[in-house]
Design a binder for this molecule. Structure first.
Ligand code: TRP
Length: 351
């Protein structure tokens, strides 16, 4: 079999513990790619420096979440024997590349980046003005991607503008300084799995500040309590009333997490999600019963993840060692890229 030449890079900002929205939106698909094995190398970067671009005044938050996110990644199935897990800020070559790439991007182009635009619009915290570091983070992300010669970058669709902008930087660099950098391609997880999970309160987004998340590290009791108080269809007042499954987070979660074996074990009167949803829509199926089922499904899904997390959490030195080893391996590759870039730019006086 031909050896794959693919280099895969995944990145995640350590600004909060990971929740089931991350599981469905990226972790499952990243781990699937990892375990499929069609790559020469796969990286899992914890983007702490990028996390600081909109949390520069809260270093404790980013610091603490590096360990939290590392534990969440390992718990979800990142395997350090397959994926090089590393910490962004420990690779100073990334800031060096960022500085050189800044020459290749205009202010107007950054202002047009839809993700940056949306983030600026939603951030009251930038009332004091937009930090240049935040404004230019797409350039630093181009450094993250190109430093490791990644050609495949699995991302959610909110990140597509970043990959597009990286490709532009690569193209411009190569056309001015000669063929040096690899063009990355985004891989977006398939639609069903990537459906953005709403919060437990029915809000379209699961977010820490809204207090509507189910975390990978939640205890069995916490999960049960959160499911019990979940928002459902507010018009489904009596069991016999017809119910709405479309904007109903209980059903959205079930549509993503409930497998045939869950039905067989906990709700054998239905074979699958479609049958359950049809009964709810018809009327005659109560929320308490459905929530009980969702609780069982989430308990089954999250228990092995939580148990792996607890095992690693008991031994933080092991996790630090994983990150240290990964960081050293990543740094060697980034250093090689920086020399290539500097040579191309004729910044090689002592060669
Ligand atoms: N911007 C990504 C996020 O918000 C994190 C990230 C940083 C990243 N650098 C990256 C993702 C490089 C992919 C490739 O989650």
């Amino acid at each position: 079999m031909a050896e794959s030449k693919n280099i895969v890079l995944t990145g995640i900002r350590p600004t909060g513990a990971l929740h089931i929205g991350h599981l469905v939106g990226s972790l499952y698909s990243n781990i699937e790619i990892q375990n499929r094995g069609d790559y020469a190398r796969m990286y899992g970067m914890i983007a702490d420096a990028q996390g600081l671009t909109d949390n520069f005044d809260n270093p404790d938050k980013v610091h603490e979440n590096v360990m939290e996110v590392a534990l969440d990644m390992l718990a979800a199935g990142y395997d350090p024997d397959k994926t090089v897990m590393f910490i962004q800020s420990e690779i100073s070559e990334l800031t060096e590349l960022t500085f050189y790439y800044m020459n290749l991007v205009t202010v107007a182009r950054l202002q047009r980046n839809p993700t940056v635009k949306a983030e600026i619009a939603q951030k009251e915290k930038f009332s004091g003005g937009i930090p240049v570091g935040f404004f230019t983070y797409p350039i630093s992300q181009a450094a993250d991607i190109t430093a490791f010669n990644a050609n495949i970058v699995p991302v959610g669709d909110d990140q597509l503008p970043m990959i597009e902008q990286t490709a532009e930087i690569v193209h411009k660099f190569n056309s001015i300084y000669g063929e040096t950098l690899i063009t990355p391609h985004a891989v977006v997880p398939d639609l069903q799995a990537a459906a953005r999970l709403p919060g437990t309160d029915g809000n379209a987004k699961m977010s820490k500040s809204l207090n509507n998340c189910i975390y990978l590290k939640d205890s069995a009791d916490e999960i049960a309590a959160k499911v019990k108080t979940m928002f459902t269809d507010p018009n489904h007042l009596r069991v016999e009333d017809p119910g709405n499954t479309k904007d109903n987070p209980v059903f959205i979660y079930l549509s993503v997490f409930a497998k045939p074996e869950h039905f067989a074990a906990f709700m054998p009167e239905y074979a699958n999600y479609e049958e359950l949803a049809a009964h709810y829509e018809r009327g005659g199926l109560g929320d308490v019963k459905v929530k009980k089922f969702l609780n069982s499904v989430l308990q089954e899904t999250l228990r092995p993840i939580r148990e792996r997390r607890e095992t690693f959490a008991k031994d933080p030195a092991v996790v630090i060692e994983i990150l240290r080893r990964g960081t050293m391996a990543a740094r060697a590759v980034a250093a090689e890229t920086v020399s290539r870039v500097k040579r191309a730019m004729k910044l090689n006086y002592f060669d």
